[in-house]
Design a protein. Sequence first.
Length: 112
Amino acid sequence: MKAFVAVLLIALLTASIVVVKAFEFETNLETKAVKKVAPVYPPLAIRKRVEGKVKIGIQLDSDGLISKTEFIEGNALFKPTSLEAAKQWGFPKSMAGTTGYVVFKFQLEEKE
């Protein structure tokens, strides 16, 4: 009985590791996109003169459509507009089931 429980526990741990691994966003998808939408620069970030980069994870479903977006890193001020922009990106159907990421750069224009 103990051996069965040990085997079952190992199987469950292995399965959960595979699931976690399946949703890691390691591949940059920017060059593969057929439609890109830039995020709106948040007014508060402009007023506070905040700049930075945001990394958004993207998961594509079996039809190649975006099924999940996830804020991975960056300033939280940019999170809502970055997630909204990423949801509007388009990818070829041949990329179905792919996970990866895109990076948005927020940089203020210099006033002369």
